[in-house]
Design a protein around this ligand. Sequence first.
Ligand SMILES: *[C@@H]1O[C@H](CO)[C@@H](O)[C@H](O)[C@H]1NC(C)=O
Ligand SMILES: *[C@@H]1O[C@H](CO)[C@@H](O)[C@H](O)[C@H]1NC(C)=O
Ligand SMILES: *[C@@H]1O[C@H](CO)[C@@H](O)[C@H](O)[C@H]1NC(C)=O
Ligand SMILES: *[C@@H]1O[C@H](CO)[C@@H](O)[C@H](O)[C@H]1NC(C)=O
Ligand SMILES: *[C@@H]1O[C@H](CO)[C@@H](O)[C@H](O)[C@H]1NC(C)=O
Ligand SMILES: *[C@@H]1O[C@H](CO)[C@@H](O)[C@H](O)[C@H]1NC(C)=O
Length: 215
Amino acid sequence: MTKPFVLTLGVLLVMSCGAGSVSRATLGGEDGADLHSLLGFKRAITNDPRGALSAWNASAHFCLWNGVTGVSRARSQNCSTLRTLNLSRNFLVGRIPAEIGRLSNLTSLSLRFNNLIGIIPPELCNATSLKELRLTYNKLGGSIPEGFGKLTELRTLSLAVNRISGGVPESLFNLSLLQLLSLTGNRLHGQLPPEIGNAFPDLQFLDLATNMFCN
Ligand SMILES: *[C@@H]1O[C@H](CO)[C@@H](O)[C@H](O)[C@H]1NC(C)=O
Ligand SMILES: *[C@@H]1O[C@H](CO)[C@@H](O)[C@H](O)[C@H]1NC(C)=O
Ligand SMILES: *[C@@H]1O[C@H](CO)[C@@H](O)[C@H](O)[C@H]1NC(C)=O
Ligand SMILES: *[C@@H]1O[C@H](CO)[C@@H](O)[C@H](O)[C@H]1NC(C)=O
Ligand SMILES: *[C@@H]1O[C@H](CO)[C@@H](O)[C@H](O)[C@H]1NC(C)=O
Ligand SMILES: *[C@@H]1O[C@H](CO)[C@@H](O)[C@H](O)[C@H]1NC(C)=O
């Protein structure tokens, strides 16, 4: 494996949360897709010890919910488009539901430091606006979905410290904008293709340690 990139610890990526154009200020997206996806997420959580989702209900627009930010035309308006979902450090127990893939305008998803189980749903690969995906420190199993290669906007991908097994899908090398890739502390195995050195020209942080790669 060639290593032309600099391996640095603790590089924080500053996310740009663009103020996109907004047309509707009701339920967010087509037919309230964002609202329904968020409610699906809440349903999939079986234990929420810190009550992070307890106020996720119809009494307030979802853009005012804990952990959620969106884009709105004016301050006084409800947002029309969900942009970021950050529920880090809430010790949430449950699965990541397939509905998460319907958050087609979501740019940042951070679920670090929870107790999420099950697999990374392949539907997540439909959330193609994602620039940042952090699932670090959970109990997620299964393998890295092949479709991750569709998330071509990704700058940050951290799946570190989970129970993910299988190989690294070749489609991952499609993510040419990646600046941070961390897969450390999983049960990944197999060969890493030699292209890994060329696939990510902007890479600033790479951590693949504590897996079972053979090269
Ligand atoms: C995403 O944004 C576009 C353009 O603002 C909008 O037409 C679409 O309905 C949004 N989709 C969702 C799921 O919010
Ligand atoms: C709904 O959320 C509000 C806060 O937005 C909270 O005060 C209220 O207790 C919640 N209602 C239910 C039934 O959970
Ligand atoms: C904002 O959302 C809340 C709850 O969904 C709704 O009751 C209220 O009418 C909305 N306000 C505007 C200005 O759309
Ligand atoms: C998510 O929230 C935590 C605090 O709960 C913060 O430390 C972290 O920087 C946030 N992550 C993102 C991507 O906004
Ligand atoms: C994801 O997209 C594929 C096609 O691009 C579609 O067949 C599938 O139903 C979508 N899944 C979800 C959960 O939206
Ligand atoms: C690679 O990205 C392109 C979009 O840039 C997408 O059409 C294609 O399906 C992706 N390939 C894989 C293997 O995921």
